[in-house]
Design a protein around this ligand. Structure first.
Ligand code: FES
Ligand code: FES
Length: 164
């Protein structure tokens, strides 16, 4: 990371598999950097203080709230946003399962859920209902009532198992 005279910093983020160099003010939030500096508007911003989980992205494979993190602290790390979840063959199992299970309505919360669930299933490929609820407890959805989201997580687990 280098510091310029205007107190901005040049950082390099690995974003969805590509190294991106960007100059940001020291106080730029990672969520704003992704959306405004890098044009990745799939990461949504709701509460902007760590409550809703809409802004969740993966940092070195682990879910983080990008509204609580400064972009400069992500310098040198690998970030996966919702735009990076699909593989070369199309949507990921988690994305397909959310569609099949009607686990979204307005979709505002969905990018955050998709990132959270992707990490959850990496760590625990066959979670119980309780483990799913615990795993998604940091993401809020105002529309679905969560039942279809829980179904989608189980369906995603099945799809992952079929594909492995
Ligand atoms: S916008 Fe980050 S947790 Fe709500
Ligand atoms: S689908 Fe609308 S907030 Fe979750």
């Amino acid at each position: 990371m280098s510091t310029g005279t205007d107190s901005s910093h040049e950082i390099t983020l690995g974003v969805n598999g590509t190294a991106r160099r960007v100059r940001v003010p020291g106080r730029r939030l990672l969520s704003d950097c992704l959306r405004h500096d890098l044009g990745l508007t799939g990461t949504h911003v709701g509460c902007e203080h760590g409550v809703c989980g809409c802004c969740t992205v993966l940092l070195d494979g682990r879910p983080v709230r990008s509204c609580l993190m400064l972009a400069v602290t992500a310098d040198g790390h690998e970030i996966t946003t919702v735009e990076g979840l699909a593989g070369p063959d199309g949507m990921s199992p988690v994305q397909r399962a959310f569609g099949e299970s009607h686990a979204l309505q307005c979709g505002f919360c969905t990018p955050g859920f998709l990132c959270t669930v992707t990490a959850l299933l990496e760590e625990n490929p066959a979670p119980t209902d309780e483990e799913v609820l615990e795993g998604i407890s940091g993401n809020l959805c105002r529309c679905t009532g969560y039942q279809n989201i829980v179904k989608a997580v189980h369906r995603a687990a099945e799809l992952r198992a079929e594909e492995s």
